[in-house]
Write a protein that binds this ligand. Structure first.
Ligand SMILES: Nc1ncnc2c1ncn2[C@@H]1O[C@H](COP(=O)(O)OP(=O)(O)OP(=O)(O)O)[C@@H](O)[C@H]1O
Ligand SMILES: [Mg+2]
Length: 727
């Protein structure tokens, strides 16, 4: 009780109005060290009770004979802890069963001790001591009550402060028992979740005590939150977890949940948890947005990088293509120039060799001259191919139906590729005609087929696809003028080419074939011819993946002239026609004579222009003159002119080499010509066609006649086709 502020009991109020009673009592009390105040009457006593903190009162019975209401009021108005002690002095012998008024009075005054007079001082002092002790006890109780009240007030104030702070927090705050069952939520909790603890909640159907917070958490985050919680409970460490909570408007928000455990001082066990949830939705959104934008950025960067790489690759490709075409152009020009000069030289060499052969009787010299002539002719054939590559050969383009052309050479192709390679053609039904020199195209296709055969030593498939292009594909824009084209793709399932070979395949004399097997002119010839025809050639090939060579040719605007099926023998009407062949080259002459005779014609041969003119003038029965253009002495054209001047008007078919065209161009305008080298089939067709033409002095317009085109003679081998006869 030392802590309490206990007031010591004050003086004893003495009310004894008769005689010297009060003075005597005062002396007794003074001797017993009990302070006292003598009151004159009841109202003075009641006054003192209100003003002096009295410890007890000693009242004589006679003082209460009047109105005691004021005293009774004071007694009744005491605080709960107070029961003011009064010692009542009765009259002598007044306390008995009959003295009811005194008894009644005593009961109305509460804590009353009755002493009967005459009074012994010891009894008086002891009674007052007891009264004062009781009063001290009451004071102690008062102090306790006051203390308790102060505590309660302090607690209330503290709680109010706590509430104010907790409710003012922006986060939902909660506390729970050791088991995690919440028993407190702040106001923010309800604002965020829309739940109203401690009222029974509509959504969870629970009061706060049985409230299951996990049911507010997003199902996807629940496992993590739960395991974080269990880990915290097990270790006693603070709880921390991130999860989504369903907010009052039904949307999910990210929160960080945190809780601190309160441990029991003695056992160390967790007794409570205090927790909070912090809305981190904005920062999570920002984090995710950042991640997304980083991802997006990375995607954009990689896309851009890829497109740059693509662009670079395309540019490299375009540059390589440009370099390739420039190279081809340069090689072509060089080759063309050289070949042209060579052709002229060889013409002179061949002419001289012939002269030597004719002028000497020495068989040895003749043999040498013959050998030299053969070699020079091989050279001339090569020159011819080079001229084709350099796009300087004379072409006779016409509308060509590719189906027809192919069926014409299909036997030859089949034979050329051999039995182990199967040949397929896939041509669009209504494929428009191409505008091209058919002979050269046949040659080119044959070359491609032979290349394919060589690339398929163990057999395979050779496919020819024909298709029409309405416009120039972008990757060919460099090579082709705007317009419509026909594409012929020749695909094999062979070994394919390495990039090095692919790069050089079109170069003249580039070959991977062993010595003597390939000249390396097949592709270059095809390339030159197609380029000269206004088209282009593309190569697609990779080792082990076969090769596709695609020829693009300009589409013809007019249809090919209708062709009658070509008989292997001349038609009856022309079968026995008489033909005069004039060629100063004995080999060629003999060969041509043999060919024509095989076809059933009656043939005469002349070894030069003079001999031919003589025969023509002597004999009017020739149906056709097959004249070599370039001959020493009288040229073919000279013979014809002279014959016509003499009134002879034979049909004429000129045989020309490249060099002839350069020299005799003006004299041959509009004449019917067959170009050397020619095939037997060509020869057959041309001769027959010429024979169907009515003879005319100008010998023009033969093309308008009953045109026929020969079927390829399958007995003629490719090398013969490739070979030529030069002047
Ligand atoms: N279909 C193909 N498959 C694989 N390689 C090919 C094919 N066509 C051509 N080549 C390669 O290209 C090279 C050149 O071909 P090209 O036709 O110009 O000459 P060649 O066939 O070697 O000789 P030539 O045709 O004069 O007899 C060939 O040697 C070969 O290496
Ligand atoms: Mg070849």
């Amino acid at each position: 009780m030392d802590n309490f502020d206990i007031r010591p009991p004050g003086p004893v109020l003495v009310l004894a109005p008769n005689g010297r009673d009060a003075a005597v009592v005062g002396q007794v009390l003074e001797r017993a060290d009990i302070p006292s105040i003598i009151c004159a009457d009841l109202s003075a006593l009641v006054d003192s009770l209100s003003t002096v903190d009295a410890g007890a009162a000693l009242i004589a019975q006679e003082a209460l004979l009047g109105d005691t209401a004021s005293l009774q009021d004071w007694i009744a108005a005491q605080p709960p802890w107070s029961d003011f002690p009064i010692v009542l002095l009765t009259f002598r012998n007044a306390v008995g069963p009959t003295d009811l008024p005194t008894i009644r009075l005593a009961s109305t005054l509460g804590n009353v001790t009755v002493l009967e007079r005459p009074l012994h001082p010891v009894s008086l002092v002891s009674a007052l001591d007891a009264a004062l002790r009781a009063r001290r006890r009451q004071r102690e109780t008062e102090a306790l009550l006051i203390e308790r009240e102060r505590h309660a007030a302090a607690l209330r104030a503290s709680e109010a402060r706590f509430r104010a702070i907790v409710d003012g927090m922006p986060q939902p705050i909660w506390s729970s028992g050791a088991d995690g069952r919440p028993d407190f939520f702040n106001a923010r909790w309800q604002e965020v979740t829309g739940l109203a603890p401690p009222v029974r909640d509509e959504r969870t159907g629970m009061a706060p005590g049985e409230f299951d917070w996990t049911r507010l958490i997003h199902p996807d985050d629940l496992d993590r939150a739960r395991s974080d919680w269990l880990a915290a409970v097990r270790s006693g460490a603070p709880f921390r977890s991130e999860f989504r909570i369903c907010t009052r408007d039904g949307t999910w928000h990210w929160f960080t949940g945190r809780a601190l455990p309160v441990h029991d001082d003695i056992s160390g066990e967790i007794v409570r948890w205090f927790g909070s949830c912090t809305d981190i939705d904005a920062s999570v959104q920002a984090r995710e947005a950042l991640a997304r934008s980083t991802e997006e950025l990375e995607r954009l960067v990689s896309e851009r990088t890829a497109s740059l790489q693509r662009e670079m690759l395309e540019r490299e490709k375009a540059e390589a293509a440009l370099a390739q075409s420039q190279k081809m152009e340069a090689v072509g020009q060089l080759t063309g120039g050289v070949a042209h000069d060579f052709n002229n030289l060889l013409t002179a060499v061949l002419g001289s060799l012939q002269m030597i052969g004719k002028r000497t009787e020495d068989p040895q010299v003749r043999r040498f001259a013959e050998n030299a002539r053969r070699a020079a002719e091989r050279g001339a054939r090569l020159t011819q191919q080079l001229l084709a590559f350099s796009r300087r050969q004379r072409l006779a383009p016409e509308p060509v139906d590719l189906q027809t052309l192919l069926s014409g050479i299909s036997d030859l192709l089949t034979r050329a590729v051999g039995a182990t390679v199967s040949l397929r053609t896939r041509f669009a039904e209504d494929l428009p005609p191409a505008f091209v020199d058919p002979t050269q195209l046949e040659l080119a296709l044959l070359n491609l087929a032979i290349n394919a055969r060589d690339a398929m030593p163990d057999g395979g498939t050779l496919t020819l696809d024909g298709s029409a292009l309405q416009s120039v594909p972008p990757d060919l824009a460099e090579d082709l003028a705007p317009g419509s084209y026909i594409a012929i793709a020749v695909t094999d399932t062979g070994l394919g080419m390495t990039p090095d070979v692919r790069e050089r395949a079109f170069e003249p004399f580039f070959t991977t074939k062993e010595q003597g097997k390939g000249t390396g002119l097949g592709l270059s010839q095809a390339y030159g011819f197609v380029r000269q025809s206004g088209g282009t050639v593309k190569l697609r090939s990779a080792p082990g993946e076969g090769t596709t060579v695609t020829i693009y040719l300009p589409r013809s605007e007019t249809m090919p002239a209708a062709e009658a099926p070509v008989p292997t023998e001349p038609a009856q009407s022309v079968r026995h026609a008489r033909i005069l062949v004039v060629d100063d080259d004995e080999d060629v002459r003999d060969l041509v004579v043999a060919m024509l005779e095989e076809l059933g014609y009656r043939v005469r041969a002349a070894e030069n222009g003079y001999a031919a003119l003589d025969l023509l003038l002597a004999d009017d029965e020739f149906d056709l003159l097959l004249a070599d253009v370039a001959m020493p002495g009288l040229s073919g054209a000279d013979v014809v002119r002279a014959a016509r001047e003499a009134g002879r008007a034979p049909r004429v078919l000129y045989a020309t080499g490249y060099a002839d065209l350069e020299t005799y161009r003006s004299g041959l305008e509009g004449e019917d010509m067959i170009r050397k080298p020619y095939r037997m089939a060509d020869l057959a067709g041309r001769v027959e066609r010429a024979l169907r033409t009515p003879p005319s002095p100008a010998a023009r317009g033969s093309r308008e006649g009953d045109l026929t085109r020969p079927k390829m003679q399958t007995s003629i081998q490719p090398k013969v086709v490739l070979g030529g006869y030069n002047d």
